[in-house]
Design a binder for this molecule. Structure first.
Ligand SMILES: C[S@@+](CC[C@H](N)C(=O)[O-])C[C@H]1O[C@@H](n2cnc3c(N)ncnc32)[C@H](O)[C@@H]1O
Ligand code: SF4
Length: 368
């Protein structure tokens, strides 16, 4: 999305997709299963995809056209590590050109300032960089990559300085497991100080089979998260999404899952999944997209104990008139917030320039 007319068109048609039964709302597109990190919370790196078996750019473009025609207005690009794909900017540009809201999450290891700006120019609307801990040693250890924390910090600074203009959002994404749950407040503060947004999601053991990493998310912790949300205006998670963490932890009945009906996932080979952790049921180029809501696709969804990934939880909280209005209010709040931040940044920059000039030219000081 690159201009205000695009934005208005998007708001209207995304609202329709959220509210009209047959239209699908959003897609999580895993562009690759390759990854250069070795995270404790994730299993993708153990089974990488082969580059020559992944979808090509033209196939992805055809797939984007097809899902757009089916109503999909939000596409979240992820992986594996999506920045390993050299055509990432072209993929984003194509999706954005169709007035889809585009989002991406990365471990930040391969992002440069130039590449960030290329993604911005391609129309990326939301960019999240994963961070597990404010402690550099712990982050690098959890991710199996030395020096990654420093790279993520650089990415967040570039995001604050270059990316967060207009309606754009970006910042850090933190999966809360028992490795870092005690750090939630520090992480929110860290993002606030850097001037970026933050998104939390609970760790889910489906990706690793490791239940030891499940964090205790009882009522007290949820109250803590809600308090953080009211203290730090940069936490993007909605209140109802945060409240859902406890149900998820207790494996209590979640609101019924709309996987397959309102959101779905595509893997690097093009297979369609009702949900990212469920088996493929068809192919984006060879089958109708509606296969994701076939009885075969929905059978495992009906017995699922539920995840609470941001992608799912925040989509669920949008699927009503009230939810759409909440997201619209959030969007307007972001535009105002970004505007205020940019004015402040601009003033600071101006002040710094004047100070530098005064230092260089003492005579200028005498004139003031
Ligand atoms: C699967 S990763 C892919 C994108 C990229 N490689 C990255 O790490 O940001 C997307 C997000 O999911 C989070 N994640 C990984 N494994 C998870 C799990 N088992 N439960 C919840 N979130 C997880 C990551 O921390 C990251 O923020
Ligand atoms: S969380 Fe991201 S960076 Fe870590 S192994 Fe999984 S895909 Fe790679």
């Amino acid at each position: 999305m690159r201009n205000f007319p695009d934005l208005f068109r998007f708001v209207g048609s995304a609202g329709m997709s959220a509210l009209v039964g047959r239209r699908i709302f959003s897609c999580l597109w895993e562009l690759t299963y390759r990854c250069n990190a070795r995270c404790a919370i994730c299993g993708y790196w153990r089974n990488p995809s082969k580059p020559n078996e992944e979808m090509s750019l033209s196939e992805i473009q055809e797939g984007l056209q097809k899902i757009y025609a089916y109503g999909c207005r939000l596409v979240n690009f992820t992986g594996g590590e999506p920045t390993l794909r050299r055509d990432l900017e072209d993929i984003v540009k194509y999706a954005s050109g169709q007035t889809m809201w585009t989002s991406m999450v990365t471990n930040g290891s391969l992002l440069t300032r130039d590449r960030l700006n290329e993604l911005k120019d391609a129309g990326l609307d939301n960019l999240l960089v994963s961070l597990d801990s404010t402690d550099s040693r712990l982050h690098d250890e959890h991710r199996g990559m030395k020096g990654l924390h420093a790279k993520v910090t650089n990415c967040l600074q570039w995001l604050a300085e270059d990316f967060l203009t207009g309606h754009r959002t970006g910042g850090l994404m933190c999966a809360l497991s028992n490795l870092n749950i005690h750090q939630a407040a520090k992480i929110a503060k860290f993002a606030d100080e850097l001037g970026v947004y933050v998104v939390f999601q609970p760790y889910h053991d489906k990706k690793t089979g490791n239940t030891q990493l499940n964090a205790e998310m009882e009522n007290g912790f949820i109250r803590h998260l809600l308090r953080l949300r009211s203290e730090h205006k940069n936490i993007l998670c909605s209140e109802s999404y945060l409240k859902g963490f406890e149900n998820f932890y207790r494996r209590n009945s979640q609101p019924s899952c709309c996987a397959g009906n309102k959101y779905f996932s595509i893997d690097p080979y093009g297979f369609l999944h009702p949900c990212v952790d469920m088996p493929g049921v068809g192919h984006v180029l060879r089958d109708e997209i509606s296969v994701v809501r076939s009885p075969k696709a929905l059978a495992p969804v009906s017995v699922c104990q539920g995840c609470w990934y941001t992608f799912r939880g925040e989509s669920d909280t949008t699927l009503s008139c009230r939810g759409c209005l909440e997201k619209l209010r959030l969007g307007l709040g972001i535009i105002m917030h970004n505007k205020k931040r940019n004015v402040l940044n601009h003033r600071n920059l101006k002040r710094k320039r004047v100070a530098a000039r005064l230092q260089d030219e003492p005579s200028a000081k005498a004139c003031i």
